[in-house]
Design a protein around this ligand. Structure first.
Ligand SMILES: *Cc1c(COP(=O)(O)O)cnc(C)c1O
Length: 227
């Protein structure tokens, strides 16, 4: 418990330091605690340390954790690859989906979310143009955003990216700068309610903050290494 508490405090301090350096408001930055491969006991520990939003990559692993922690009123974010036969379970259990990259998946989530609050959605961008990576390319972004805007059970919030590993801080900033640019293009079309940049992980969240991240997805730096 106290280890997780200490790690979360350290991240808050690091966020404040990065915000001072890059003239950001720390209140615009939400920590998403990525609990994949970690048991619900650790989710509860993080909740006791004040953490409210949690991210999971695998539907089967996530659902028992979501169900067993219902009493804590946590906010759950799906951040993994979406198989279309899993959209119903995602629509039933998650408040946010960060990895929408096709109209087909958007349509399924929209249908299956008909009986709940709208799902907050980010479009995943393949920012490094990687062959075997999911996410849309720049040319597909506006058409998909327009489509999602037309779906009444989805609320388009912004973009998510998982860039390639880079070693220096300045290199880490580059793909995130690209995402920032793409987000402002979406804002020109759809307004400031498109407000989310889900980017940055344990190793590079300061670089993401420098470029406008509003959700940083932190696993290892909160829960320790995964098995
Ligand atoms: C696992 C994962 C994270 C967390 O990564 P860490 O390096 O452990 O902080 C963040 N985002 C996504 C999409 C992930 O799959």
């Amino acid at each position: 418990m106290s280890i997780i508490n200490d790690r979360i405090s350290k991240i808050h301090n690091d966020i404040i330091a990065a915000c001072q350096e890059f003239r950001r408001n720390p209140q615009e930055i939400k920590i998403l605690a990525v609990s994949k491969y970690h048991p619900s006991e650790l989710v509860v520990n993080a909740r006791h340390a004040g953490q409210l939003a949690f991210g999971e990559n695998y539907v089967q692993e996530a659902i028992p954790k979501i169900v067993s922690t219902k009493a804590y009123n946590l906010e759950w974010h799906f951040i993994g690859h979406i198989q279309s036969n899993k959209t119903r379970a995602i629509a039933e259990h998650f408040d946010w989906v960060h990895t929408v990259a096709s109209a087909k998946v958007a349509n399924r989530l929209n249908q299956q979310a008909a009986y709940r609050e709208p799902i907050n959605v980010c479009i995943e961008v393949n920012v490094d143009l990687e062959e075997n990576k999911s996410g849309v390319l720049e040319a597909q972004l506006l058409p998909l955003a327009e489509h999602i805007q037309s779906l009444k059970n989805l609320r388009l919030r912004g973009l998510m990216a998982i860039p390639k590993l880079r070693s220096s801080f300045n290199q880490q900033r580059q793909p995130y700068a690209k995402c920032r640019e793409l987000l402002s293009r979406l804002q020109l079309h759809f307004g400031k309610k498109i407000d989310t940049l889900s980017m940055g992980m344990s190793n590079d969240f300061q670089a993401a903050i420098a470029e406008g991240a509003t959700i940083i997805r932190i696993g290892t730096a909160i829960f320790g290494p995964r098995e």
